[in-house]
Write a protein that binds this ligand. Sequence first.
Ligand code: APR
Ligand code: ZN
Length: 332
Amino acid sequence: MALWGRRAFSALRVWGPGGGRKCISNSVSASGSFGSRGSSEKKFSLQDVAELIRTRACQRVVVMVGAGISTPSGIPDFRSPGSGLYSNLLQYNLPYPEAIFELEFFFHNPKPFFTLAKQLYPGNYRPNIIHYFFRLLDDKGLLLRLYTQNIDGLERVSGIPVSKLVEAHGTFASATCTVCRRSFPEKDLWADVMMDKVPCCPVCTGIVKPDIVFFGEPLPERFLLHVLDFPMADLLLILGTSLENQGLNSGPCACQVEPFASLSEAVRGSVPRLLINRDLVGPFAWHPRSRDVVQLGDVVHNVERLVELLGWTEELQDLVQRETGKLDGRDI
Ligand code: APR
Ligand code: ZN
């Protein structure tokens, strides 16, 4: 079992004065790329990334995603000022936002987490074009693995095989009794969660907690696949994530979620990395590489641009239509 947890690691202050989250200044234009400055090497662009995928020059694509890819499905992300989840937890009387994912607070008061769980529980939301773009990458045999921090399960709902997924912060698909450690499928909890009841173990009456990784808990064993995947990857796509995590200590400091955030640097130096995100984040800001490409702005707009460059627009629309039809047929 991976020993890491979502603990805060060495604090990296990116907070502006007064504690407000400071967007790292976009040191590149909206569709920027970093070439080694001043060198003759051609700057890498979104067109180059599309060409590598389209010609199958890259066939082992690793994807890293965060809450930003689910905002188009109607699920708030964590840190966007005002709209992010962490700005809307005041009703729960938390000592600080992350407490909702802390075991100590959970055992003191599980209600806030289960109220949030009711909102995020599978079935309330549907995948969007971004999830289906990854599904198309897999259908074409190009997806090596998708690492997600999201707990909404929309990657599974879009039909990406579970074997291609690493749900780094866990999933609602299963749950575990916090006392006797018995495992339960999601459906066993659904009724209680929807009726605002705290699910309890039928055997020992302990609280049954969905298998969402809380701060301080080990990441799922499957996370260890990164040891093989990232060195093998020949293209890394990073979408909709701040690659950070507010520290567990009281002060407003942004700490990297190790090891998820650090995975962005685990691919070989020659491997192109594409960031599609509203803000410039992580190593794309602090020490970009010569084959980095940054597409700042709306994630749907930029994925649609990439899909168009790939010539997959029609194919993707057909896939979305087909899958949406299936979901309409099922009460998902
Ligand atoms: N288009 C482009 N970017 C977007 C959009 C959008 N429509 N919506 C959100 N974003 C960007 C935000 O600007 C932000 O940079 O997505 C990123 C989301 O960052 P966070 O809210 O920090 O979410 P995430 O990176 O997934 O958080 C990491 O921290 O506390 C933990 O458990 C939590 O798994 C989460 C982890
Ligand atoms: Zn039990």
